[in-house]
Design a protein around this ligand. Structure first.
Ligand code: PMP
Length: 443
């Protein structure tokens, strides 16, 4: 479709990989949901800044001042990107997992947590200090809202409560009714945190418009390098909580008491939860990615991604052996993330064949969402760790799945190659014998 914009330049476009059949081919990175390639623009921004690198909030020198300004400007850029409200805080973390664990540590005493069993483990597991209600997998967005409303109506109405929900599933790519879930949470006096790890790279996210209390995402899925993430939203719980890490930067004043102990005054800003020397490159690269996506225009990016999704969906629909996994129906709105199983194939062998024979990188396994996979597969999911072939012979019922995912940097050729490869593999059957080695599947 000529009206669709060109892919954004990303790193790794020219990387070639060897094929088991001989020769080599440019790598088709179709695992954006795990980690997206960094935008060239982000890399260029970081390279331009690198010579001026200095400590943040810790130096009088020119470069320290510059780095401090860049770090704090990055916070403002992210706040704008997320449509934060006045008074919201943007805390730089290591990742979505880190952001949600931070929030879990900041829950007020007696907080109840409500979370769908379909969540990624990063959203499902951090609430160890709270009383957690796990909600059954809904089969439609409407059922999700009804399930949440019922659970909240049953709770003790007084006392703090938090709902944690994904914006887009890392397994099915399906969009969740975030605005409606937020309204339901608030109607019952609960708060809500949005796991936007898969949503933010693909769709504009507005904290204010969606009326969510917090949002979490990771830099490495948003076209920035590893090691940085964000938790943004309401300041009150964060300000009242013990610091996530104790140390320099989080403390405003530390003094020996006459009884020999130590009194600490902690900051009430985001710095409270950012003890230690901050990851200035991580924050700067996230801000650069936010700026690049905003400049490219989400309307254009969404249109391009929907065009690619339709290509994949139409291609897979022609292969009756392929079963797409979905909670809300195969045609439900989704981001560029799609999981499937292939009748007669062990998913790990199929993913290994895509890599070894076509140079296509997808993911196989359970995607850190074991309860969801059990629901979608209708069987006890099994794998070795998160990826790799389980002890199932080809032809047996799928014990795990294959995920293809893409985004702003994906050229048409990658999804075309993927669809052709699926068609060919299903038609021809296994041409190589795939076996497990070190938890990976190899020919
Ligand atoms: N939530 C979702 C929906 C995810 O897809 C992921 C990563 N797969 C995470 C949370 C965790 O992100 P990270 O590994 O960057 O902490």
């Amino acid at each position: 479709d000529p009206s669709v914009c060109a892919p954004l330049p990303v790193l790794g476009r020219d990387v070639t990989v060897p094929l088991v059949t001989g020769g080599e081919v440019t790598y088709a990175a179709l695992d954006y949901a795990a980690s997206a390639p960094a935008l060239q623009r982000v890399w260029d921004d970081v390279a331009a800044y690198a010579p001026y690198y200095g400590s943040v909030h810790r130096g009088a020198g020119y470069l320290s001042q510059l780095s401090t300004d860049l770090f704090e400007n990055a916070r403002r850029t992210v706040s704008e990107f997320l449509g934060c409200r006045d008074g919201d805080q943007v805390v730089f973390t290591r990742s979505t997992t880190d952001s949600l664990n931070l929030l879990a540590e900041a829950l007020p005493a007696g907080c109840q947590v409500f979370v769908f069993e379909t969540e990624h483990h990063a959203s499902l597991l951090p609430w160890r200090n709270a009383q957690v209600t796990y909600l059954d997998a809904p089969r439609s967005p409407r059922q999700a809202v009804e399930t949440l409303e019922r659970a909240l109506a049953d709770r003790e109405p007084h006392g703090p409560a938090l709902v944690c929900v994904t914006g887009a599933s890392n397994v099915t790519g399906e969009l969740w009714p975030v605005r409606e879930l937020a309204a339901a949470a608030h109607a019952h006096g609960a708060r809500i945190v949005l796991d936007a790890a898969q949503l933010a790279p693909h769709h504009p996210v507005s904290v204010a418009d969606l009326d969510v209390d917090w949002v979490a995402f990771s830099g490495h899925k948003l076209y920035a390098p590893f090691g940085s993430g964000v938790l943004a939203g309401r300041a009150d719980w964060l300000r009242e909580a013990e610091p996530y890490l104790a140390g320099g930067g989080a403390s405003r004043k530390v003094a020996r008491r006459t009884d020999g102990g130590v009194d600490v005054e902690w900051h009430e800003t985001a710095a409270r939860h950012e003890a230690g020397s901050p990851n200035v490159i991580g924050a700067y690269s996230i801000a650069s990615a936010c700026a690049a996506l905003t400049e490219a225009g989400f309307d254009q990016l969404v249109a391009r991604e929907q065009y690619l999704i339709e290509k994949v969906r139409a291609g897979l629909a022609e292969v009756p052996e392929v079963r797409i996994l979905s909670l809300f129906g195969d045609d439900a709105p989704r981001v560029g993330v799609l999981s499937f199983v292939v009748e007669g194939w062990n998913s790990s062998h199929f993913a290994a064949a895509l890599s070894a024979e076509y140079g296509i990188g997808v993911r196989d396994g359970l995607f850190c969402a074991h309860p969801l996979l059990r629901t979608l597969l209708g069987s006890d999911p099994q794998t070795q760790g998160e990826c790799g072939a389980p002890e199932a012979a080809p032809g047996e019922k799928s014990l795990n799945a294959i995920r293809v995912s893409f985004g702003a940097g994906t050229p048409d050729e990658h999804v075309d190659r993927f669809v052709d490869a699926v068609r060919e593999l299903v038609r021809d059957g296994a041409r190589w014998n795939y076996r497990t080695e070190d938890g990976r599947c190899v020919p």
